[in-house]
Design a protein around this ligand. Structure first.
Ligand code: 3PG
Length: 229
């Protein structure tokens, strides 16, 4: 079985402004670019040879993957992009300041949506210009699969489905796989890989730009996982 490296994109322009981002296609902030370079250097200094790379469809994750591969001197590595690795869709909270939403809805509701397992944010309306069906990046997809707001549970369904559809077959070939994605799409995958309960996943936070490596047994059970240093 191959090895899996998960990395959350470097800090984005909206991470820096403390704004809910979700499927909004915001680019990396200058410090996010530096974080991605540091991740690439760590992969190189740990003598890891990436064989294949996966990213979401969002440019903060794509650029992180590209910077990592460029810094590690592995620009030949094939990258596959999928909407199924996108950040959780934050519905009508997208574009709103996190402290502002906290004040508006109160701590209990805020935490239940933000870190609870099956509480979705308020959905976007069909006609909202933030509806992904108006985004040409998703024009080849059946609009019925595109979310208007997701709980972590909803995100988990598509992420774990993609893991088995695209990533696990590469691991089974013995390849070293890099996945560049997002705080919540990675929490969904980590919950599955590490058998974390839907209550305990609330406490898991994924730092930006820090590569985390997973090793597996022959049945794709995690036998070790650690942060690259
Ligand atoms: O979409 C976002 O705003 C962030 O990527 C993740 O946000 P969270 O840590 O508030 O869930």
């Amino acid at each position: 079985m191959g090895k899996l490296i998960l990395v959350r994109h470097g800090k984005s322009l909206w991470n820096v402004k403390n704004v809910f981002t979700g499927w909004t296609d915001v680019d990396l902030a200058p410090e996010g670019i530096e974080e991605a370079k540091k991740a690439g250097k760590l992969i190189k200094s740990n003598l890891i040879d990436v064989d294949v790379c996966f990213s979401s469809y969002l440019k903060r994750a794509i650029r992180t993957a590209w910077i990592i591969l460029e810094t590690a001197d592995m620009m030949h590595v094939d990258c596959h992009y999928s909407w199924k690795l996108n950040e959780r869709h934050y519905g009508d909270w997208q574009g709103k300041n996190k402290d502002g939403v906290l004040k508006e809805v109160g701590e209990e509701r805020f935490l239940s949506v933000r870190r609870g397992y099956d509480t979705p944010p308020p959905n976007l309306s069909e006609g909202d210009k933030r509806n992904p069906r108006f985004d040409s990046n998703y024009k080849l997809l059946n609009p019925s699969v595109l979310p208007l707001g997701e709980s972590l549970k909803d995100t988990s369904k598509r992420v774990v489905n993609y893991f088995f559809e695209a990533i696990a077959p590469e691991l089974a070939k013995g390849k070293t796989v890099l996945v560049s994605a997002h705080g919540n799409s990675l929490r969904a995958l980590i919950e599955y890989l590490e058998h974390i309960s839907s209550e305990d996943i609330a406490k898991v936070e994924v730092a930006t730009g820090v590569p985390h490596l997973y090793e597996f047994d022959g049945k794709l059970n995690v036998i070790d996982n650690y942060q690259l240093e």
